[in-house]
Design a protein around this ligand. Structure first.
Ligand code: GLV
Ligand code: MN
Ligand code: MN
Length: 403
């Protein structure tokens, strides 16, 4: 097979007919279909597949569960996301195993291909949910109480999928069995396109976090309520979104986004009573993110108060700055022919794992530079080069077993 063939196998799963691209969210029918595709693809390669207590899938090459080199990514997407963010890393890991098996390679240590649950946090709001649960960064009870857009708790979703509630939580034994983690990922910018190179390694992930802003005003009639004296949370959230941009623009390389808004009750002839908006802030250090957040909230608070509304801020997640393991990253860059190391503004499970095991990333050139949107792209030859590169890295990191 090839990366292209493997991506083709899942190309019809979870298409978003409104936005275009894909909407594949934790334990929805599309994501469940991807899970069974993962299982059969891995089993066809002779790997043994297991589901851990946190919804992450592991496909093992080798009997031992110690000293493993793990590689993979995620199968879920943002709403209306592209074909590559997540699946490319999983597909490339499977293809790299296929390449090594075809040449008769016998790894001296186990290789695990993994697919982490809810990396995007699109259903329950916590990015890298599966890897964070595994390493113990979120308490199981906090995860279980999270609610999706339809009011379904993670606990209910878990039960409906027939998963074991008591199995959720830290998995130190599994973590202790992993010596290194590698995540291949589509690049989410134009750096490689500009450099004319197909591959790079990751050097760092920007610090970032998500906050829910709840703005409460006064619901009333659109026709009978005079314009003066209204307390309209839609007006307040509009000025809040402008504040997010104004503050981010004042700070070098900072990012500030409101990508999701929910209006209650959302009627054309109704002044809304409440708006929830989700704020995403990213910067080059944890303290810069905190300072940007403080400045942003102070300005929003002023504008919300000027509209006569009340503001509540709730932190949904925080992801500290990640600097990938330098020796491992340099070794991989060398194995790929001396490719550059580039930073990214996107979060990844490799970022979570990097605090516990040496972790590294390989980026594959994206000719549009777009991601989290249907226009996300990767050329076929670059994807194949990525899988070949990953195979070469796995060959080197695992070493050949003596015959
Ligand atoms: C995940 O892709 C993120 O960076 O939000
Ligand atoms: Mn993503
Ligand atoms: Mn991703």
């Amino acid at each position: 097979m090839s990366v292209r063939d493997r991506l083709a196998e899942i190309s019809a799963i979870g298409r978003d007919n409104v936005r275009g691209g894909y909407s594949r969210h934790l334990l929805d029918p599309a994501e469940v279909a991807l899970r069974s595709w993962f299982r059969s693809s891995a089993e066809a390669l002779g790997l043994s597949v297991e589901l851990d207590g946190n919804g992450n899938l592991w496909a093992w090459w080798g009997e031992s569960r110690r000293g493993a080199v793990a590689t993979g990514s995620h199968l879920d997407s943002v709403p209306g996301g592209g074909a590559f963010d997540g699946p490319l890393g999983v597909v490339s890991a499977l293809e790299a195993v296929a390449i090594l098996k075809a040449e008769g390679w016998r790894p001296a240590r186990p290789i695990a291909v993994c697919a982490f649950a809810e990396e995007e946090g699109s259903r329950f709001g916590m990015p890298c949910l599966g890897s964070r649960l595994m390493v113990g960064e979120i308490a199981p009870e906090d995860a279980l109480a999270r609610v999706d857009r339809g009011g379904v708790t993670l606990e209910e979703a878990w039960r409906q999928a027939g998963l074991e509630i008591s199995a959720i939580g830290p998995d130190p034994d599994r973590l202790a069995g992993i010596d290194m983690f590698l995540e291949l990922h589509v690049e989410q910018g134009l750096d490689l396109e500009d450099r004319g190179l197909p591959l790079a390694v990751g050097s760092a992930i920007m610090s970032h976090g998500r906050w829910r802003l709840s703005i409460v005003g006064e619901g009333n009639h659109a026709g009978t309520t005079p314009m003066h004296g209204r307390r309209d949370p839609v007006v307040a959230v509009s000025s809040a979104a402008l504040a997010v941009r104004e503050i981010a623009l004042e700070r070098p390389a900072a990012r500030g986004t409101v990508g999701r808004i929910s209006v209650t009750p959302n009627g054309t002839n109704v002044i809304a009573s409440r708006v929830d908006a989700w704020l995403d802030i990213r910067a080059h250090s944890d303290s810069e993110v905190r300072a940007q957040l403080d400045a942003t909230i102070a300005l929003i608070q002023k504008r919300v108060a000027a509209e006569g509304c009340a503001l509540q801020v709730h932190e949904e997640s925080f992801s500290p700055l990640v600097l990938f393991d330098e020796p491992l990253t340099a070794r991989i860059a060398g194995l790929l022919g001396g490719v550059p190391a580039i930073p990214t503004g996107a979060g990844h499970d490799a970022g979570v794992l990097s605090a516990y095991v040496p972790s590294a990333m390989i980026f594959v050139r994206n000719p549009t530079g777009v991601s989290h949107a249907p226009e996300e792209a990767a050329r076929e030859e670059d994807c194949e080069a990525g899988a070949q590169g990953l195979a070469a890295v796995l060959r080197n990191l695992t070493g050949e077993a003596s015959r």
